[in-house]
Design a binder for this molecule. Structure first.
Ligand code: ADP
Ligand code: MG
Ligand code: ZN
Length: 476
């Protein structure tokens, strides 16, 4: 029997607020354990939570960017469960009234556009972190993360393949990073994903029983875990078995998903409205204020780069993968750089150098004015294209301007005919065999002569003049 997979994702994104969701503690990552806590976030009796306005703003911002309806009234609820990293014994979350509902994003898979529906986006507080390393018959708990704002984005079960799932997560990661609401760092867990997956005979309308794979923190694992889980379910059904609704974990080392616990139902959590918090009221004025601060998102910039600057789609794709890259490019063009030339340098040399160092573009001392200065020197024939590569690397390393480097290193292109002629004569005098073979019809040797002359002149000879002189001397 042929099966089709049905996938719905829950993405958790840590919001980049200064302070936690319901108290004034710092939300910074990576401090000494338990140094960012207070009576509110460690769940002392008698304390009262106060909402973080910025966190609500960030969720509204995200909702607007992914075409959601923003609820005029929403509410926080208590989700009750017991685990050592949850000091209150309940998590403040949203249940029946989330801030955002009914949105969508578009992904492109195999050159085809596909809309993925969003059920809801809600706000909750994160739990702390249990640490088992270094402990024997006990565990540690770090409550620095307890109470930090977490945005949960729930998709409709519209995803059909592991590849679509990975594209969807990439898309949302790009959006939250563009908006500046989450840093998207999957390794550190600022963005993590639970995948719900079921299979059904192709053509059947009803969904099958799903399993939920918890907490995947890389695009690769999302794809791998889903691939494995789909195969597992299909095999189980073909062998006459039944899928049980359960929570599973991806075991990176073994490359398999493993059963963790049976799925808890909503009633297990005994949700009820948090009596300590007022309802969230969002009026149109606030929404419009936030809408007016929205930055242009990657889809729109990509289209614009193609239509406005005539860039090929592949260029536009790469240049819009990060907002900082797109801004760098556009700044260079504004300063007078020819778009496709700037793009070539960025996608070639620049990305290579950044990747080598594992650096982000904004961390580099190479700025848009550097590349524009370099392109001007090439345009004016001050340096050759070959030397330009050297200058580029030097600009990247030192942050000095192109003209400064060219002057310091004496890299100015030589166009003076008599000076180049000396080099041409020297090469020809040393290459009697090659001249003979060239005259006998081996045209490829032209490259050899040019190469030798460039070597003698340290790449500084104007290639046009070199070619002209060679042609004259070899009587072509
Ligand atoms: P819960 O709150 O128990 O996690 P939800 O109803 O909120 O459950 O759904 C969670 C996710 O599971 C959503 O992304 C949804 O699209 C997806 N989902 C629901 N039913 C199925 C199914 N049969 N197969 C695959 N995914 C599903
Ligand atoms: Mg769930
Ligand atoms: Zn606190």
């Amino acid at each position: 029997m042929q099966y089709e997979a049905v996938i719905g994702l829950e993405i958790h994104a840590q919001l980049m607020t200064e302070s936690k969701m319901f108290c004034g503690c710092s939300a910074k990552f990576g401090s000494e354990p338990n140094t960012q806590t207070c009576p509110v976030c460690i769940g002392m009796p008698g304390v009262l939570p106060v909402m973080n306005r910025k966190a609500i703003e960030y969720v509204i911002k995200t909702g607007l960017a992914v075409n959601c309806d923003i609820a005029p009234h929403s509410r926080f609820a208590r989700k009750n469960y017991f685990y050592p990293d949850l000091p209150k014994g309940y998590q403040i979350s949203q249940y029946e009234l989330p801030i955002c509902e009914r949105g969508f994003v578009e992904i492109i898979v195999n050159s085809e556009k596909k809309k993925i529906g969003l059920t809801r986006i809600h706000l909750e507080e994160d739990a702390g972190k249990n640490i088992h390393e270094g402990a024997e018959d006990y565990s540690f708990v770090d409550l620095n993360r307890a109470g930090t704002p977490l945005m949960e984005i729930v998709s409709e079960p519209d995803i059909r393949t592991p590849q679509e799932a990975a594209e969807y997560v990439k898309k949302l990661r790009a959006i939250v990073r563009y908006l500046g609401v989450c840093d998207g760092n999957m390794e550190q867990g600022s963005l993590r994903c639970d995948a719900n997956v079921s299979v059904r005979p192709t053509g059947q309308k009803e969904f099958g029983t799903r399993t939920e794979i918890k907490n995947m923190n890389s695009f690769k694992y999302i794809e791998k875990a889903l691939e494995y889980e789909i195969k597992r379910q299909v095999k189980l059904l073909n062998d006459g078995g039944r899928i049980i609704q359960e929570t599973r974990l991806w075991n990176t080392n073994k490359g398999i998903t493993e059963s963790m616990r049976s799925k808890e139902k909503a009633h297990d959590y005994r949700y009820f409205p948090d009596p300590d918090l007022v309802p969230v009221e969002v009026n149109d004025k606030w929404i419009e204020e936030i809408r007016s601060q929205l930055v242009e998102l990657s889809d729109s910039i990509r289209q614009r780069f193609v239509s406005q600057y005539g860039l090929p789609v592949q260029d536009a794709d790469l240049l819009t993968s990060e907002r900082s890259i797109a801004e760098w490019f556009e700044e260079a063009v504004k300063l007078g750089g020819e778009p496709k030339t700037v793009s070539n340098w960025m996608m070639g040399e620049f990305m290579r150098l950044l990747n080598e160092e594992g650096k982000q573009i904004e961390e580099s001392s190479l700025k848009p004015e550097h590349i524009v200065g370099l392109l001007m020197l090439i345009d004016k024939n001050v340096i050759s294209g070959k030397i330009a590569k050297t200058v580029f690397e030097e600009m990247y390393k030192t942050g000095n301007a192109a003209d400064v480097i060219v002057k310091e290193k004496g890299l100015v292109q030589v166009s003076d005919e008599s000076e180049i002629e000396k080099a041409v004569d020297e090469v020809l005098a040393n290459s009697p065999d090659e001249i003979e073979r060239f005259k006998a019809g081996d045209a490829k040797l032209m490259g050899f002569f040019v190469g030798q002359i460039m070597k003698i002149t340290k790449g500084k000879a104007n290639p046009k003049v070199v070619n002209e002189l060679l042609r004259k001397k070899l009587i072509i």
